[in-house]
Design a protein around this ligand. Structure first.
Ligand code: SF4
Length: 369
């Protein structure tokens, strides 16, 4: 049976309206039920004690509310919190909550695992387990509202496990649930979709009227170099991706994990500056996690700073991020990999990291980078 949490607000309203009418319940009940899905959520209908007990029982029987089970919650010394969620079928996903001043950015997953195997990413080592349903994506925010100390994220970034544009139908609904005033009500400009550039879904995202932010996981300024660290380059070539991003008609951020001797050379800097300028993009420079991927060495903090300065000298807005949550393996995929939850496909190789959230204007990428 379809879950009400998998439906956009209009569809959930229609389903409940019809159900109430069929039962002969008064129409005003609808206004009591709908906020319990997302705005003032309950874990189960039995907890909505403003409703008659018989109605709650019927709702739990006919419209059970699925939920994620919190398996691990770790807090870093810098306040970054990492959550490992168990899904109803036993798969596991992660979210990372990054506080910074009055902002609370939640980095969410869109797939369990990821099929794309970027060389610098813990999640990529797992392969794809499965796509998440819309409720499992938006549910990562919903669960925080249900906690003993409810937290409402101010910003959401699709930079956890998975490539969101490989799961477009569910991500499209999840975007509505995150943004719609009758659901979670987070402003579109505070929601960033980060992608390696899956062209068909990128075109769909560009058609959305809401001003969702876009971040491109770039990591290499040329097709040839990108091919060495991101296998997706074989399918969607960088020049085509850049053209699609140009058609997006919104400010875009390039995410760029700096790997010593791989993509941090002067010629990389010059080429990155050229394509960022031509796309009007700002660049988010991210440190590779000190653990690193096999054979990949993080660029030094000094190089990160000088690379950012070099971009700025060439007229490109650039920010060098510092790592967050180093002591809790806060990069996406790390916790699950480290717990041996990767399905035995690969040995644990923690790498990547979470980076400070980006400001409105906004930028980002798969942080597991
Ligand atoms: S960086 Fe993103 S797209 Fe690449 S393997 Fe990791 S999760 Fe997948």
């Amino acid at each position: 049976m379809t879950s009400l949490l998998d439906l956009a607000p209009g569809a959930a309203r229609a389903a409940l309206e019809a159900w109430l009418a069929h039962r002969g319940d008064p129409a005003y009940r609808l206004a009591q039920l709908l906020p319990r899905l997302w705005r003032r959520p309950v874990r189960r209908w039995a907890d909505a004690t403003d409703l008659p007990a018989a109605l709650r029982q019927a709702l739990d029987a006919e419209w059970p509310l699925p939920s994620l089970t919190l398996e691990v919650r770790q807090t870093s010394r810098d306040g970054t919190e990492k959550m490992l969620w168990r899904l109803p079928d036993g798969e596991a996903i992660e979210s990372v909550l990054i506080p910074e001043g009055s902002r609370r950015t939640l980095c969410i997953s869109s797939q369990a695992g990821c099929p794309l195997r970027c060389a610098f990413c813990a999640t990529g080592t797992m392969g794809l387990k499965r796509n998440l349903a819309a409720w499992e994506i938006a549910g990562q925010v919903r669960e925080l509202l249900l906690g003993p100390e409810p937290v409402k994220p101010t910003n959401v970034v699709f930079m956890g496990m998975g490539e969101p544009l490989l799961n477009w139908p569910a991500v499209a609904t999840a975007l509505t649930l995150l943004n719609h005033p009758d659901a979670l009500g987070i402003g579109a400009r505070h929601i960033t979709v980060s992608t390696v550039g899956i062209l068909p879904s990128l075109a769909e995202l560009a058609k959305r009227p809401e001003q969702f932010r876009l971040a491109l996981s770039l990591h290499a300024p040329t097709s040839a170099l990108r091919l060495t660290i991101m296998p997706i380059e074989k399918r969607y070539r960088l020049p085509d991706v850049l053209e699609a991003v140009g058609a997006f008609r919104r400010r875009v951020t390039f995410e760029y994990v700096l790997i010593a001797g791989v993509n941090d050379r002067e010629e990389d800097l010059a080429e990155l500056a050229r394509i960022a300028k031509s796309a009007g993009a700002m660049v988010n420079l991210l440190p590779l996690h000190p653990g690193g991927a096999p054979g990949l060495v993080p660029a030094s903090q000094r190089r990160l700073a000088s690379f950012a300065a070099g971009l700025r000298r060439r007229g490109v807005e650039a920010v060098a991020r510092r790592s967050r949550g180093l002591d809790i393996a806060a990069a996406c995929g790390q916790l699950r990999v480290m717990r041996g939850d990767a399905g035995g496909e690969v040995p644990p190789e923690p790498h990547g990291d979470v980076h400070e959230p980006v400001r409105v204007g906004e930028r980002s990428h798969h942080p597991d980078a």
